[in-house]
Design a protein around this ligand. Structure first.
Ligand SMILES: [Zn+2]
Ligand SMILES: [Zn+2]
Ligand SMILES: [Zn+2]
Length: 50
């Protein structure tokens, strides 16, 4: 929380930290979709889908 360079991905269901608004193109394209789980595919994100 000390480093202001990174922040949570703007996707509501994503838990990634990123220097950009979104951690991936997936999140950017699905930012308006109210999904329960994010599928950006990054380790550490709550993506549990296969
Ligand atoms: Zn994610
Ligand atoms: Zn994301
Ligand atoms: Zn991610």
């Amino acid at each position: 929380m000390a480093d202001s360079k990174t922040k949570k991905c703007a996707h509501p269901s994503c838990t990634c930290q990123t220097e950009h608004k979104y951690c991936s193109t997936y999140c950017e394209e699905h930012a308006d979709t109210a999904e329960i789980t994010c599928r950006c595919g990054h380790a550490g994100c709550r993506a549990e889908a296969v």
